[in-house]
Design a protein around this ligand. Structure first.
Ligand code: SF4
Length: 373
């Protein structure tokens, strides 16, 4: 089972971001207190099953002080059983990773870092309003390996208006100069209410060029394949045996508990999500209530979620799994799949269906055509 902890603080707002966070650090102490208390309140959610993975996401978990991170870790070990070889990941921004912080993280049991580099180019970092520089990105990676982290994932973004195909290739090559085992790469998407959307409307930056983003995704797939990396999820690549266990559990439909404002939890029958408002979250937790909305998942929703997540992975969708939802689902799935195979978007291997390289460009469309309404 997995545990996700949402830390809703960031040093500054990236222009493209629509995650739940605040740039004020005023309530860090109360927030950490609330997270610690929610861990207690939710200790039975996973019915005593042990944790195979813990993931600190956000926001930027690396902005938290050593003391606050230690408080959260202590509460996790107090209320949950953590497996000996559990994967414990912390999302970190390069500018937070001093040698002292890295040593602390290692000593406290974090064994995997997901470092948000996004780009090694100053122009791209400036457009995105990232808090770090190219030099800090390089230094943080060097330091993390020196301190002894072996599992490091690096995040990159492609399709940035200030970046050409040649720049994108340079970024990918630069990333693989470090002995990383995992790479996550996302297309820059312009969410409507973000600063970047506003700047593009004002003409300060050119709009995202969809054709360039498509080309750069193709370059990424070819590059990763040539280097012997496995493309195991649309946005994720790994060397053999180094897939992210926490995120893979999401995609494989395993249960997880999410703690903190805006965090989601899933226990196969239902999904629930905490309120995305820091003040209300802290007030309700103080009273001993978890402010969450809950949705029970009917068979159609579970089928749709399986198709949507399964197709994005190298494991694809299996007919045995689809059959378990009922005969009507299998008939519909097979019929829709035939068309996708003919279009060259999906390939059939025995009873498993996976996206082709061409199909990976249309993953959302293929999944939505396979969904039941
Ligand atoms: S650091 Fe991450 S969560 Fe924070 S604003 Fe930037 S992209 Fe969003």
């Amino acid at each position: 089972m997995g545990l996700y902890i949402h830390i809703p603080f960031c040093k500054q707002a990236c222009h493209y971001c629509n995650f739940h966070f605040t740039t004020s650090d005023r309530y860090q102490e109360q927030m950490v207190g609330a997270i610690v208390k929610e861990l207690y309140l939710q200790k039975d959610y996973l019915e005593g099953r042990s944790l195979e993975s813990i993931y600190f996401g956000g926001g930027t978990p690396s902005v938290l002080s050593e003391k606050y991170l230690a408080d959260i870790m202590e509460a996790i070990y107090q209320w949950f059983t953590v497996e000996k070889d559990a994967e414990i990941t912390l999302e970190a921004n390069p500018d937070d990773l001093t040698e002292e912080k890295l040593r602390f993280l290692k000593d406290t049991g974090i064994n995997r870092l997901s470092i948000g580099v996004q780009s090694f180019r100053a122009e791209d970092l400036s457009l995105m309003n990232r808090a770090h520089t190219r030099e800090e990105a390089i230094l943080s990676l060097d330091r993390a390996f020196e301190v002894g982290f072996q599992d490091i994932s690096l995040d990159l973004i492609y399709g940035i208006p200030t970046s050409t195909d040649a720049h994108w290739l340079e970024n990918m090559e630069m990333a693989l100069r470090f002995p990383i085992h995992h790479l996550s790469a996302y297309a820059l998407t312009i969410e409507p209410k973000t600063a970047l959307a506003h700047f593009i409307r004002q003409g300060k930056y050119p709009p995202v060029d969809e054709a360039m983003a498509t080309r750069q995704f193709e370059m990424l797939m070819d590059f990763a394949q040539a280097k012997g990396w496995e493309h195991y999820e649309i946005s994720n690549f790994a060397l053999a045996g180094k897939i992210a266990r926490h995120n893979t559990a999401y995609w494989q439909g395993k249960a997880y508990l999410g703690i903190g404002p805006s965090a989601h939890s899933f226990n196969i029958q239902s999904r629930q999500w905490n309120i995305a408002n820091n003040q209300t979250y802290m007030k309700e937790i103080e009273k001993g209530c978890v402010p969450a909305e809950k949705e029970f998942l009917d068979v159609v929703t579970r089928y749709n979620e399986y198709v949507m997540t399964g197709l994005r992975t190298k494991w694809g969708c299996s007919l045995g799994h689809i059959r378990a939802y009922g005969a009507g689902f299998e008939t519909f799935f097979r019929k829709e799949m035939r068309a996708k195979i003919q279009e060259g978007l999906v390939v059939e291997n025995g009873t498993t269906y996976t996206l082709t390289q061409k199909g990976k460009h249309f993953a959302d469309k293929v999944a939505s055509d396979l969904m039941m309404v």
